[in-house]
Design a protein around this ligand. Structure first.
Ligand code: ADP
Ligand code: MG
Length: 543
């Protein structure tokens, strides 16, 4: 028998996980059941392409068996099983160090349930068990194996006679301590409740022997996206969101689609409330889960989401896709492209209805992801502006809150020619800008651009409802002022201006009398398309 140590990092993580992170020990059952379900999925998938296998629905199930006397809980599945090598690779190495660092950083704050994110689900068993025994035989193999571990001490693997293919995981449930009791994980009623709570949509029967000895199936098995909207509650969607590890927040909105026609698919999409910790980093991977007729074929199908909606979480199930399709083929799949296009449209209208009907929620959303929408307007030479322009918001001088461009334009006085905006690091700083005076004195509304990307995005739009955008620090503001007086001042002070210009040689192109100032003596302005703020940003960019 071989005895092996966990990798060092795994060991540290394991200790931490068992001792501190999880406030909810009960999720171990969800993790083990979802692994069992994954294992059956794998065999189902294999059977579709491998003619030596047949998938007989009835012979695939998960069985949960508590034994109070022996203090064990067993979860058996008829899935794909593991070879010796797979046992080593899958159960011998836990998460990578990057995740470990993240865990360390966050555990103190909030004890979030992080399991699914890091592929450490299996190890959650050690929260409730002293010893975990895995007896398994892989499909197509004669020899079975027994893997056993007490957690941090490492593990053993030895050949084992196993009658049927699949995996059986036995937990030796911990003894109660002064602060913790573990007895509940041996109680039938408690286990049933946990299965209903976390694993109701598992597509294979989860069975348990009832008190009368009769075997019962505990889960309803119909995936939520196959149900009618009318059968589902807000809570069901939130449960699904949490179960799928889409995020630790509660979604702001869900969009449940059942589309038939040129493309046929079902989908549930979520607009999250908060930004994933890695959202604006290279590590973030966008994508939706992709199912073909109820079977998962890809966990993160990035082709289903445009970058500007990369924050959307959820899944798509379509019968029009073939199951054994490779990633490369999928990229060129016409059906998939149609679905993606259709979905982008639904996300847009979903966001618009959030904006219209639940303004506060939309603003919460916008604070998290508005920047991504603005990047979207700017990227690909403005190709997506029609999809995005109505979703943009900026801080308004008049309303002192975020307003849409439509709201701005709809209250413009007749004679106002442009949509005015001013840029700066913060609202407070923009308010102090001398350049804003003429516009606000006129009673016009001014948009405050405090995000680097704002002005770039707007330049890409050029116009909104036929109104051009105008930076208050640009040359001609299109506001009538007393031209004659300015002209007079210009001539009277020509010598002074020439002197000033010579002193500022190379820094300014001209010094002129301005008609836009009221209280301030002087301001900077630009001519041409690139404004001062844009110049600053462009200069700061690495070449
Ligand atoms: P994840 O499920 O996120 O990959 P886990 O820690 O839950 O991470 O499981 C690790 C791996 O162990 C799985 O990816 C799978 O390869 C293997 N595994 C776990 N449970 C089973 C099982 N019941 N049958 C077959 N393989 C399993
Ligand atoms: Mg898992």
């Amino acid at each position: 028998m071989e005895k092996k140590q966990f990798q060092a990092e795994s060991k540290r993580l394991l200790e931490m996980m068992i001792n501190s992170i999880y406030t909810q020990k009960e999720i171990f059952l969800r993790e083990l059941i979802s692994n069992a379900s994954d294992a059956i999925d794998k065999i189902y998938y294999k059977a579709l392409t491998d003619s030596s296998l047949t998938f007989d629905q009835d012979s695939y199930f998960i069985k949960v068996t508590p034994d109070r006397e022996a203090r064990t809980l067993t979860i058996r599945d008829t899935g794909i099983g593991m070879t010796q090598e797979e046992l080593e690779n899958n159960l011998g190495v836990i998460a990578k160090s990057g995740s470990l660092a993240f865990k360390k950083e966050h555990e103190a704050k909030d004890g979030h349930d992080l399991i699914g994110q890091f592929g450490v689900g299996f190890y959650s068993a050690f929260m409730v068990a002293d010893v975990v025994t895995v007896i398994t035989r892989a499909v197509g193999h004669e020899q079975g194996y027994k893997w056993e571990s007490t957690g941090t001490e490492g593990y053993t693997i030895e050949p084992w006679d196993v009658a049927e293919t699949g995996t059986e995981i036995t937990l030796k449930i911990k003894d109660n301590t002064e602060d913790e009791t573990y007895d509940e994980y041996l109680e039938t009623y408690r286990l049933k409740a946990l299965i209903k709570k976390y694993s109701d949509f598992i597509r294979y029967p989860i069975k348990m022997d009832g008190t009368d000895g009769e075997e019962q199936t505990l889960n309803s098995m119909v995936p939520i996206w196959r149900k009618n909207k009318s059968e589902l509650t807000q809570e069901d969607y939130e449960k699904f969101y949490a179960e799928k590890h889409y995020g630790f927040d509660k979604p702001l909105k869900h969009i449940h689609l059942s589309v038939e026609g040129a493309v046929t698919y079902r989908s549930i999409l979520f607009i999250p409330e908060t930004i994933p910790f890695d959202y604006y980093s290279k590590e973030f991977e966008k994508g939706l889960e992709l199912y073909s007729n109820g079977v998962l074929i890809m966990e993160k199908c990035s082709d289903l989401l445009p970058d500007h909606f990369s924050f959307v979480k959820g899944m798509v199930d379509s019968e029009s896709l073939s199951l054994n399709i490779s990633r490369e083929m999928l990229q060129h799949d016409r059906q998939l492209k149609l679905i993606a296009k259709n979905i982008a449209g639904k996300i847009k209208s979903g966001l618009q209805s959030l904006l219209k009907d639940e303004r506060e929620k939309y603003e919460t959303f916008y604070k998290s992801f508005g920047r991504q929408l603005k990047f979207g307007v700017y990227s690909d030479f403005g190709a997506h502006k029609d999809q995005l322009q109505d979703l943009l918001m900026f801080h308004s001088s008049k309303e002192q809150k975020l307003v849409t461009l439509d709201e701005y334009v709809s209250r413009m006085p007749e004679e106002q020619k442009y949509i005015y905006y001013a840029t700066g690091d913060s609202i407070e700083r923009i308010e102090k800008l001398p350049q804003t005076e003429l516009v606000t004195d006129k009673g016009y509304e001014l948009l405050y651009f405090t995000d680097d990307i704002d002005e770039f995005a707007i330049k890409m739009l050029m116009k909104y409802q036929d109104k051009e955008f105008k930076n208050v620090s640009s040359g001609d503001l299109g506001i009538d002022a007393d031209d004659a007086q300015t002209e007079e001042e210009q001539q009277e002070n020509q010598d002074l201006f020439d002197y000033m210009k010579s002193q500022l040689e190379g820094k300014v192109t001209s010094v002129k009398a301005s008609k836009r100032l009221k209280k301030h003596p002087v301001c900077l302005s630009t001519e041409g398309d690139v404004t001062i703020e844009m110049e600053k940003i462009l200069n700061a960019m690495p070449n």
